[in-house]
Design a protein around this ligand. Structure first.
Ligand code: FPP
Length: 275
């Protein structure tokens, strides 16, 4: 049976192309990842290949952001995290940082009503207090405005670094230990996770990185422990609905064992032992 997917209000870019339709027939819509995280990489290289300024790559990157959010919402994926600005990105030239902050502000101002009409909750994770005051204030107001939306959570990792997050987590835990809000015997993986920036957000099931780089670059170091990783050579501004669907299809072909023995191996072993 052909899969029909729900199209959101303001979803923007018209109907599915033939390739998207054929991937959709393969996809099991009942077995999609709950949380998909994306390292959006390759904006600069995309621009360089076209002899355009880097900012053009980021601008086109926003179109890809819209496509992916729209499709995730249509597919009823519960959580989508986009790594939009890393701690390391603070070392970029000031004009590029300023341009990225301006794009982010414009994006939030423009999309907040779309988030409301599509019941998307917005969250930001990272050292938000390092962002310019106007950006941090805007983030807070969009978080507050969208906080009761239930259909999907859009998480932006901003001024984010995995090691810094772990250090910040340890500091907050140490403070609560010092004031005896918690005791050492309470400390386990679950409690530690609750102190991360992502405290109430489940770990990603699938992490996608674009642009051909095969590393995680300080992203969600704790949270990716059991996540399926998918790498594609497509540069972020070229990442289309079809590319996202291919990543989901690839995910569905994997067997997630979380360190356990696969069902196939269990069956094989049982058969051997009964011989
Ligand atoms: C990586 O490309 C991308 C970034 C550092 C920023 C990502 C930002 C956007 C897609 C636009 C803003 C996003 C939102 C949500 C408003 P790169 O510059 O590192 O590319 P390169 O490795 O090819 O140089």
């Amino acid at each position: 049976m052909k899969n029909e997917i729900f199209r959101t209000h303001d979803s923007g870019n018209g109907s599915e192309g033939p390739e998207e339709k054929s991937i959709l027939t393969e996809l099991d819509l009942k077995n999609l990842p709950r949380h998909v995280a994306v390292i959006m990489d390759g904006n600069g290289r995309w621009a360089a290949r076209k002899r355009l300024p880097r900012i053009e790559g980021h601008r086109r990157g926003i179109q890809a952001v819209r496509e992916v959010i729209t499709l995730a919402r249509e597919l009823e994926i519960s959580i989508l995290t986009l790594y939009a600005f890393s701690n390391e990105n603070w070392s970029r030239p000031a004009p590029e940082i300023n341009q990225l902050m301006t794009l982010l502000k414009r994006y939030l101002l423009k999309e907040v009503e779309t988030m409301m009409s599509n019941e998307i909750r917005f969250r930001a994770v990272g050292q938000i207090d390092r962002l310019p005051g106007a950006v941090a204030d805007l983030i807070q107001s969009v978080e507050e405005k969208t906080r009761d939306n239930k259909k999907m959570t859009l998480v932006l990792a901003l001024s984010y670094g995995g090691r810094t997050e772990i250090v910040d987590t340890v500091k907050r835990l140490a403070e609560d230990l010092r004031t005896e809000k918690i005791s050492v015997k309470d400390l386990d993986e679950t409690l530690f996770s609750e102190y991360l920036y992502t405290g109430d957000i489940p770990d990603p099931d699938l992490m996608i990185r674009t642009s051909g780089e095969v590393r995680i670059s300080n992203f969600f170091l704790w949270q990716l422990a059991y996540t399926e990783l998918y790498f594609t050579r497509v540069l972020w501004p070229d990442f289309k609905r079809e590319d996202f669907l291919l990543a989901l299809l690839d995910y569905q072909q994997r067997e997630r064992r979380f360190g356990l023995v696969s069902k196939w191996k269990q069956g094989y072993r049982a058969a051997k032992e009964s011989q």
